[in-house]
Design a protein around this ligand. Structure first.
Ligand code: SF4
Length: 280
């Protein structure tokens, strides 16, 4: 069986940076907790927990004796201000590309203009991003874009992990919705590269497996793209998900399998899956 790994897969720049920051901090003997899960990947979170780095979900759960690490998705502006007011020591691991999007939203909304965000309203990145302008509208479907009223001006940004093709489709709909359309392509490069690599690989292999957490937005998008190009697309969290008898029987039928992984999947996890498949 031939196993091909997508040209770009696994840990992105923002995740590597966050893990480096937190590990360096801990090496210096500092105690640390994260605000929400640092990244959306259970094996990585388990590794952090084994080192004593756990996450809190509410400000009331914060241990004042530990530094609070802000995760890659960032936090809403009022939360950041509240933490500062309470004198809580923080380590900001918000991805600089997420921050870039927040700054664009802040600038666009600074005169009270509405800002349109294309993304998942419940995702932590968007929950934080929407706090940067007073008037924000969030859409996540072509139907929602079509339902928007016509206006003189629309400024639109994207969730960093959005499907690039979907964003272009939304923008095409918006062309008919405003006299002046300002498009800010805030989809990050790591996302674009991983999506492109899956588009290239999926049609060339018998089956394609995307490794990543169920709650990871970018993994979900990679899987959707994989499935659109290969009907034998699977999504797994870890190698253990491949061990079922039916899955094994299914996999053995293919002479080639492609592998991709979300931006929060570690190289070790991807390697485990690759080695497991090579032994079939
Ligand atoms: S997916 Fe992109 S925006 Fe998100 S953490 Fe990685 S590099 Fe940053």
């Amino acid at each position: 069986m031939k196993i091909s790994v997508a040209e770009q897969a696994g840990f992105c720049f923002g995740v590597k940076r966050a893990l480096k920051l937190i590990n360096e901090y801990q090496r210096r003997g500092k105690k640390i907790q994260t605000f929400g899960p640092l990244i959306h990947n259970i094996p990585v979170l388990k590794e952090l927990a084994a080192k004593g780095i756990r996450h809190v979900d509410r400000t009331s759960e914060i241990d004042p004796g530990k530094t609070l690490c802000i995760r890659t998705h960032g936090v809403p502006r009022d939360t950041e201000l509240r933490l500062r007011r309470q004198g809580i020591a923080t380590l900001d691991a918000t991805c600089p590309l997420v921050k870039k999007g927040q700054k664009i939203i802040e600038r666009l909304g600074s005169d009270g203009s509405p800002v349109l965000i294309v993304g998942d309203k419940d995702h932590p990145e968007i929950v934080a991003a929407r706090s940067y302008a007073p008037k924000v509208r969030i859409i996540n479907s072509l139907a929602a874009a079509r339902a928007l009223p016509r206006s003189r001006e629309i400024s639109v940004v994207a969730q960093t992990t959005l499907d690039t093709v979907f964003f272009k489709e939304v923008v095409a709909v918006l062309m008919d919705k405003a006299d002046r359309l300002h498009v800010f392509n805030t989809i990050c490069q790591a996302t674009q590269e991983r999506q492109e690599a899956v588009r290239k690989l999926a049609p060339r292999v018998g089956a394609i497996i995307v490794v990543g957490s169920k709650v990871s937005s970018n993994t979900k998008k990679l899987f959707q793209i994989a499935r659109a190009h290969n009907r034998n697309a699977m999504r797994i969290e870890t190698c253990a998900d491949l061990r079922g008898a039916r899955t094994l029987a299914r996999l053995k039928k293919f002479s080639s399998i492609g592998l991709s992984a979300g931006a929060s999947t570690s190289p070790q996890e991807l390697d485990n899956v690759k080695k497991f498949l090579q032994k079939l």
